[in-house]
Design a binder for this molecule. Structure first.
Ligand code: PLP
Length: 396
């Protein structure tokens, strides 16, 4: 164990089982450890480094903004925030933006917005239907919204107001709808839940249901947004429009930023009803603006779509070769392989030893989420390592 890892265990709360590598530098799809070891990074900060590590456009924007204005607070107009909001609104179906600092905070804001909407327009309806196996964040309210018992249990009593139905089951969602419901909260593809993709008709059915009942459809695009699924936003795959959408992760390309976007009719916060000291700060919004502008100007989303297809096709070849792979699931560059046993950590370790970072999203599933700028050669190099790692598996 390196000295840094020893110090980490001495001084930092152990809330996650860290992979034993100390990353000190990154460039593009590669990172280096404190021993000079090089790795292909197919985790990308958990679907965050959309343009890879230290992309020149993002680095330049951060450097420029750091020397100009870092923080001013929500009391003042600032230029990078306005420019980013304009870019997001002009390239999405939403009309207004509120900036914050993380995915959990974005969902927290979306839930508050839905409750204000319920008070004002739905006779006080306050409850939200969410889905089993979902993940919406680590604050108390987003933990309550999350449909995974192991995350909820340590923190009871949780805030009330959430009902969970199976993901992908529109009929269950309809059956759970009562006069107390103000909104439906769902991910386009469940990321932390194991990379779960619903049937093609799911989103059009629940969109129509929400419209019929006057409920808000909130899409948590914290993981799927900003090109990750091979469209700029996940909702575009299903041909629907949410009333509220949350973003974070890939939006800042590595800097901590979140956003709540709403259609005009759902933009019901009154003055003083929501806020954030750091949210929309000039440094993070300048970085995010550089990320989105680069993605749009260079059609990085098309690359994500093409590379996602290549990744799935090559994983298909590995599946034919290794019977341990049970399925390949996901969209764009959010892809997982299912395994016939709880061997994901073994694969992650074997890949690490061979110079590849991948993520054990479930005990029996390995997730791949490289930068949206990943190349075909990098995918081939990564999968040659996965091929070797699968061959080393010992567990039944
Ligand atoms: N929502 C989704 C769909 C996520 O995948 C995550 C994080 O993995 C979150 C919310 C929480 O985001 P953060 O960790 O930035 O609070």
């Amino acid at each position: 164990m390196s000295n840094w890892q020893e110090l980490d265990y001495r001084y930092i709360m152990k809330t996650i089982n860290r992979i034993p590598v100390t990353i000190v530098r990154g460039e593009g799809t590669r990172v280096w450890d404190d021993d000079g070891g090089e790795y292909l990074d197919f985790v990308a900060g958990i679907a965050v480094n959309s343009l890879g590590h230290c992309h020149p456009a993002v680095v330049a924007a951060i450097r420029e903004q750091a020397g100009t204005l870092i923080q001013a607070s929500g009391w003042y107009h600032t230029v990078p925030q306005v420019k980013l909001a304009q870019l997001l609104v002009e390239n999405s179906c939403l009309d207004k933006v509120f900036f914050c600092n993380s995915g959990a905070e974005a969902n927290e804001g979306a839930i508050k917005l839905a409750r204000r909407y319920g008070h004002l327009k739905l006779n006080g309806a306050q409850e939200i239907i969410a889905t089993q196996d979902s993940f919406h964040g680590r604050t108390l309210v987003t933990t309550a919204a999350t449909g995974q018992e192991k995350m909820r249990k340590p923190y009871t009593p949780l805030p009330a107001g959430f009902r969970h139905v199976p993901f992908g089951d529109a009929e269950a969602l309809k059956a759970a709808t009562t006069a107390d419901i103000c909104a439906v909260l769902v991910e386009p593809v469940q990321g932390e839940g194991g990379v779960n993709v619903p049937d093609d008709s799911y989103f059009s059915t629940i969109r129509a249901w929400c419209s019929e009942k006057g409920l808000l459809l909130i899409l948590d695009e914290v993981q799927t947004g900003i090109g990750r699924l091979g469209e700029l936003f996940g909702y575009q795959i299903w041909g629907i429009e949410p009333d509220i959408m949350t973003l974070a992760k890939g939006l800042g390309g590595g800097v901590p930023i979140g956003a709540v976007l709403a259609k005009e009719h759902a933009d019901v916060f009154a003055l003083g009803e929501h806020g954030s000291t750091f949210g929309g700060n000039p440094l993070t919004t300048a970085a995010a603006h550089a990320v989105i502008k680069y993605i749009l100007d260079n059609d990085v989303v098309a690359n994500a779509r093409r590379m996602g297809e290549h990744l799935v096709a090559e994983l298909g070849k590995l599946k034919r070769k290794h019977s341990r792979i049970t399925d390949i699931r996901g969209r764009g560059l959010l892809i997982a392989i299912g395994l016939d046993s709880d061997a994901s950590m073994e694969i992650v370790t074997a890949c690490l030893e061979r110079g590849l970072l991948v993520n054990p999203v479930k005990p029996n599933a390995v997730r791949f989420m490289p930068p949206l700028t990943v190349t075909e050669d990098e995918i081939d190099e990564a999968l040659a390592i996965v091929d070797e790692a699968l061959a080393t598996l010992t567990t039944e």
